[in-house]
Design a protein around this ligand. Sequence first.
Ligand SMILES: O=C(O)CCC(=O)C(=O)O
Ligand SMILES: [Fe+2]
Length: 372
Amino acid sequence: MAEPDHHPAEPNKSVDDMSIKGEEPPPEYIVKDTKFGSIESSPPLGPFPVVDVSVFSESSSSSNQDLEQELAKLRSSLSSAGGCFQAIGHGISNSLLDKIREVAIEFFSLPMEEKQKYARAVNEAQGYGSDRVVSEKQVLDWSHRLSLRVFPDDKRRLNLWPQIPQDFSEILNEYATKIKIVTEILFKAIAKSLNLEENSFLNQFGERSLMQTRFNFYPPCLRPDLVHGVKPHTDRSGITILLQDKEVEGLQIVVDGKWYRVPVIPHALVVNLGDQMQVYLCAIAIFVTWCLINIMSNGIYRSPMHRVVTNTKKLRISVASFIEPDPDNEIGPVERLIDEQRPRVYRNVKNYGVINYECYQKGLVALETVQV
Ligand SMILES: O=C(O)CCC(=O)C(=O)O
Ligand SMILES: [Fe+2]
C-alpha cells in the first residue's frame, strides 16, 4: 500500500542487510549536496583538548592551579576551538564503558526479527531503526539507531528496552545514572568557566530535564566516499556526552570552516554543547561581557557542526546521551537580558528538538531558522 502523502517513504532496505550482502548504496543514500564540504575519510586530527574533569568534582583535592588550568581548557574548547573536548577523570569505570559497548554490539548482532520487536513506530523518536523521514528530499544516512528516553525515569518506555542481551536494561540504567552525575559536574564547571553562579544551568534544565540515550550503529559500507553515517548537524540538546567506539574512528567536527577528525581515546567521553545551550548562553555571554574578556574575543560558546563517516571494513558503534530541558518549556534568551544595546538574536521557541531534526534532515542549519 502506498504511504499517505504526509509520511514521506521510510527506507525499504536495511543498511545492515545491504552491508552484509556487500551491496552498493542505493541512490537515496548518496550525498549530492556538498554545501557542508565533501566527504573525506581522513581530514586532519582536530584540536580537541583532553580535560580532566575530576578536578571539578566536589570531593576533589586538586590545587587551584589545576582547577584553573582545566577551566581554561574548557573555555577555549567550547568557544573557539571546535566546541568540543574529551573528558577523562569522569568517574565512570572502564569496565562499565566496555560493558555498555558490549551490550550495544550484542543487541545489534541479533537477527533483524528480534531487533524489530523494538522497532521505532513511524513518526516516533524512540525505538530501533533508521532515522525518521521528514522530507521527500531527505538523503538517508548509513546507520541504524536505538533511541531510548532514560530520564526522567518515570518516562521510560520499557517495552522498547531490549530483553536480549539480558543485562541490557541494568547496564543502561547504571550507565545513564553515572552520565547524569557527570553532566551535573560539567554544568557546574561550565557555569564556573563563565563566572556564573554554579547552579545557573542546573536550574535552567531543572529536576526533570530529559536524557535520551542513542546507540548508533554504522555498518561497513562499500562506498564510504558517497554516504554519511550521520549527515552534518548540530545537536538539539543542551549538552551531549558521547562514548565513541573503542577502536573505529568516524566522527568529524567543523573548526573554522574545515572538517577535523575526533581521535579515539578509548575511555574518554566526547563532550559538546547543543543548540539549546547556545541559545541560552548567547544572552548570558552578552550580559556578562565584563567578566568574559577571553570568551568574547573568541565568540561565544557554540554547538559544533559534526558528522559521521563510514568505512569499508569495520562496524562502528557509539553511545550518545543528549540532555535537554523539558520540551514544553519555552526556551530562548532570558528576557531581562534583552534591550536596545543587547538585541535579541534568537526568537523564543517551544519544542526545539523537532525544529532541529527537521532542519538538519533537509540540509539546513537549525539555529539559523530561529534567528530574528
Ligand atoms: O557516532 C558519533 O560519533 C556521533 C553521533 C551523533 O552525532 C549523534 O548521534 O548526534
Ligand atoms: Fe550529533
